[in-house]
Design a protein around this ligand. Structure first.
Ligand SMILES: NC(=O)c1ccc[n+]([C@@H]2O[C@H](COP(=O)([O-])OP(=O)(O)OC[C@H]3O[C@@H](n4cnc5c(N)ncnc54)[C@H](O)[C@@H]3O)[C@@H](O)[C@H]2O)c1
Length: 484
């Protein structure tokens, strides 16, 4: 039972199984343990299980090492035996992958195989919870599969509890969520999920002295939204599609800014100040990536098609996203003229800052395209180099720092928005590069500051800056006062 000195009542600690110990399952399992529950994390990847049991942390995520250290072997155990875990648990969260098929819809075969295996172990009432992102009606299918395999209809319910965490801030997103979404088709099942999340919805977790610190711009306690399972499934897909649309929208606006000489950062500031729109997800760049947005937009498009609705807006969201990478490649070409044999330094391989995940990373796609055009690339990423090395067969060299990546390069490309890339020592960077050209796909620097420091600087949705054309730069260079 979680100690919660200021809460009005103590909450039941539950025995929970989480199936799948990837980015979502591992974080959810560790956080459930921190809420006071007893958690068994099940995975069929023996290597991953062995690493977890040995104290390794297989993904890069803030606060995860602390939580694993705190609960491993006590409230958090690891197992390959799904049936045994299910027998002892009140709730089973399915957090396995739902990758895209060739047709663009979600491959639910991992979810189905877990549902089949669970059915034989349902003894006493259990709630089976979809944590993976799945299309509407998946919960009905999960129920059918479990029934087909002999489970008593009264002995279980299937609920939807989509996960909204973002890689890079996954632990704090889980513990300080904007909302907890629970899709249930009856009260009994909703009550189990309410109990599991009670430490967050009552606020008792946040009063615990060891609670993970509250990030800025979050409010507690966490609100819970209870809907039907179909609504919950749809909310998750619609949410990701909307966020992807926001990114594509601002990237399209950035392209117009480039044509008319406007500054997209100023435009974003002006748009985002409208409280109906808000400033978040208005970051122009090289497009969205990762394991969620690309596949979820495609899957939602497929769901709509299946329902007889032609959701062409989503086609456009995807097209703009792909274009954005091509536009960036054109920028590299126009900055360097020919590419064959050019030596490029690359900062960033992860699909975004704060994670080691390179799935559908626009940075990786750009690096691959440039390698194909004959560039020689030396890349640096604070967390994703090991994964990139496994995924890319050859041709890419790795550096131990941003400056080593820049050393002797014809130009430096910034492809991921890691915080450390936004505060480079510009004087040193200038010295390392063969030519002081920076092509920034994440708008981490002020063009005028870069020009003042002697760089030719290209970014997204803003005019290129050249040392000789910026008045401050000319003045500073004349006075010999260029500053890093
Ligand atoms: N990664 C994110 O940021 C994020 C955020 C919200 C939702 N989601 C959704 O959550 C789901 C999981 O995503 P992820 O990024 O954690 O995936 P992942 O690929 O990192 O992890 C999936 C895990 O499931 C395991 N697995 C597969 N089949 C199994 C089986 N039959 N039995 C036991 N384990 C099995 C795999 O070995 C792997 O460890 C997806 O549907 C995804 O769309 C992901």
């Amino acid at each position: 039972m979680l100690e919660s000195p200021n809460s009005e009542r103590e909450f039941l600690n539950m025995r929970i199984t989480v199936v799948g110990s990837g980015y979502v399952g591992l974080v959810a399992g560790a956080c459930f343990a921190d809420l006071g529950h007893d958690v068994i994390l099940v995975d069929n990847d023996e290597r991953k299980l062995a690493a977890l049991k040995n104290g390794q942390v297989p993904i890069h995520e803030n606060f995860l090492p602390e939580l694993l250290q705190r609960h491993r072997g006590h409230r958090l155990t690891f197992s390959a035996d799904l049936q045994e875990a299910v027998r002892g648990s009140a709730a089973i969260f399915i957090a396995v992958g739902t990758p895209p098929t060739d047709r663009g819809d979600a491959d639910l075969s991992y979810v189905e195989s877990v549902a089949r295996e669970i059915s034989g172990a349902i003894t006493g009432y259990k709630v089976i919870v979809e944590k993976s992102t799945v299309p509407v009606y998946t919960s009905d299918w999960v129920r059918k599969i479990i029934l087909r395999n002999g489970a008593d209809p009264e002995s279980f319910d299937v609920a939807s509890n989509p996960e909204f965490l973002r890689e890079g801030t996954a632990v704090t997103d889980f513990l300080f969520p904007d909302r907890i979404l629970v899709g249930c088709n009856n009260q009994r099942c909703a009550a189990v999920l309410r109990e599991i999340y009670a430490p967050l919805t009552s606020g008792s977790y946040y009063q615990h002295p060891d609670a993970i610190p509250q990030p800025d711009r979050t409010s507690v306690p966490a609100p819970i939204i209870v809907t039907s399972t179909q609504s919950a499934e749809l909310i998750k897909h619609a949410c990701n599609a909307f966020l992807a649309m926001k990114i594509s929208f601002i990237n399209a606006v950035a392209s117009i800014c480039e044509s008319v000489g406007a500054d997209v950062n100023q435009v974003c500031h002006g748009i985002g100040a409208d409280s109906r729109i808000g400033p978040r997800f208005l970051n122009p760049g090289i497009g969205y990536g990762g394991s969620c947005f690309p596949k979820d937009v495609m899957a939602f498009r497929a769901v709509a098609r299946e329902c007889g609705y032609d959701f062409r807006l989503l086609d456009e969201v995807m097209r703009i996203n792909e274009d954005q990478r091509d536009r960036f490649l054109r920028k590299v070409r126009s900055a360097l003229w020919t590419l064959r044999g050019k030596h490029l330094g690359v900062l960033g391989l992860a699909f975004k800052g704060g994670t080691d995940d390179i799935r559908e990373s626009p940075a990786i796609l750009i690096v691959q395209a440039l390698l194909q055009e004959g560039c020689k690339i030396t890349a640096y990423d604070p967390a994703a180099m090991e994964r990139a090395q496994e995924a890319m067969n050859s041709g890419l060299k790795f550096a131990r720092s941003s400056y080593e990546a820049a050393h002797g390069a014809d130009a430096l490309l910034i492809l991921t928005e890691w915080e450390e890339f936004a505060s480079l020592d510009l004087r040193r960077l200038h010295q390392e590069l063969k030519y002081p050209i920076v092509i920034d796909g994440r708008n981490l620097y002020d063009p005028e500051v870069m020009a003042t420091n002697g760089f030719t600087y290209y970014s997204v949705g803003r005019a290129a800056a050249h040392p000789e054309t910026t008045p401050t730069a000319v003045k500073a260079m004349k006075n010999g006062t260029n500053q890093a």
